[in-house]
Ligand binder design. Structure first.
Ligand code: 5AD
Ligand code: SF4
Ligand code: FES
Length: 360
């Protein structure tokens, strides 16, 4: 096996290098983390940017086999926040200098929903004097809808590819037109074309996923030239079809550790993008997000969803912060960021430097 340091000293990491790095543990993993940390400090610095997260509805028209709020899960209490509550959350983010928010919900593409989001975007912009940056994460939509929302004020979009391996993608989604790998890809292309800072990501430790799949995911992100990434460990949910295959999963600690390796490698491969410290990391390790911030992640999403509905947005089990309010999470995170020897970039949009660089 090649010496890890020799690999880390290379100008460009090839597929085989990435596979080896993904498998590192112990001392070798520390070397990987050190390299990622150096690159982070050099290219994006110590700053960590907040994106206040509002999960405004758990109504979803899709049936992803891994997700707790999939349409066919009848045990979920469905909710839809009132517009006023979404606006209040946006104001909270603005007043507390978060500078940006994320609007997330289950996927819907009916006319009513599209219009509602459009109006929300316009209102948020208006009520925050255009100062609050808005990221949206509302799944697959037509190019026209993406354009409409962009023109109404959203400027970043997150759409995870979940896995860049089409075979695995089909194993974790129902096989029908609504869950088509090619459609997901064409949505990602459209997002870039419309002008969004475009983010994607994958779940790490899915059933049947291999280190080679994950290495290809990293190269997919590089080839696609993404601006942002959010990736987290797969965490099984007992009310989903994929739960049946939990016997083939890596142990939860491995999924956690390999997610950190993914973040560190991605930081080395794509030096100036924004990488989020996913909340799912904290479902496994109480210090999960801090660990990610130290080794490459530079974005964090404090939950600002009104507490009443948080417990109903359980994509996976053990989701943290379901009893806390927006203030609690804000205070808790600023402390955590300090513990990770990072600084909160309050009052700054913290846009992807990569996006600025690729548009020069
Ligand atoms: N474990 C981890 N992440 C999940 N997601 C959905 N279900 C799970 C799960 N069981 C992630 C998907 C989706 C994002 C909104 O949440 O990657 O894109
Ligand atoms: Fe719906 Fe998203 Fe869950 Fe899929 S992952 S079922 S689209 S909320
Ligand atoms: Fe929500 Fe710590 S981030 S309570």
């Amino acid at each position: 096996m090649q010496d890890i340091q020799t690999i880390l000293d290379k100008e460009t990491l090839e597929f085989n290098d990435i596979v080896i790095l993904l498998k590192t543990e112990g001392e070798e993993q520390k070397m990987l983390f050190k390299k990622a940390q150096d690159i982070q400090l050099n290219y994006v610095g110590k700053k960590v940017f907040y994106r206040g997260l509002v999960e405004f509805s758990n109504v979803c028209s899709k049936n992803c086999l891994y997700c707790g709020i999939r349409k066919d899960n009848k045990d979920v209490e469905r909710y839809n926040l009132e517009d006023e509550h979404v606006i209040e959350a946006a104001k909270f983010a603005h007043e507390n200098n978060y500078a940006s928010m994320v609007l997330q919900a289950g996927e819907r593409s009916d006319e009513h929903f599209i219009e509602r989001v459009d109006l929300l975007l316009k209102r948020i912009k208006k009520e925050t004097n255009g100062e609050l940056g808005i990221t949206i994460s509302l799944g697959e939509q037509s190019e026209e809808t993406y354009k409409k929302w962009f023109e109404s004020g959203a400027h970043r979009y997150l759409l995870r590819i979940e896995s860049s391996n089409k075979v695995l993608y089909n194993q974790i989604h129902p096989n029908n037109d609504e869950h088509d790998f090619e459609s997901r890809l064409s949505c990602l292309k459209n997002l870039k074309k419309v002008g969004y800072q475009t983010g994607t990501g994958v779940m790490v430790g899915l059933p049947w996923q291999t280190f080679e799949d994950l290495a290809r995911d990293i190269l997919f992100m590089k080839d696609f030239d993404i601006d942002m990434c959010g990736m987290g460990p797969y965490i099984e949910h007992q009310d989903t079809p994929l739960y049946e295959h939990r016997n083939v999963l890596w142990p939860i600690k491995t999924r956690f550790s390999v997610t950190l390796n993914m973040i560190a490698i991605l930081r080395i491969v794509m030096k100036d993008i924004n990488i989020a410290a996913a909340t799912a990391l904290q479902a496994i390790d109480p210090m999960g997000r801090e660990k990610a911030l130290r080794i490459g992640a530079n974005v964090i999403m404090p939950n600002i969803t009104p507490t009443l509905h948080r417990k109903d947005y359980q994509l996976y089990e053990n989701k943290p912060c379901t009893d806390e309010g927006a203030e609690d999470c804000g205070n808790c995170l600023s402390m955590r960021i300090e513990l990770a020897d990072r600084e909160v970039g309050l009052g700054e949009w913290g846009d992807s430097k990569h996006f600025a660089n690729r548009n020069k």
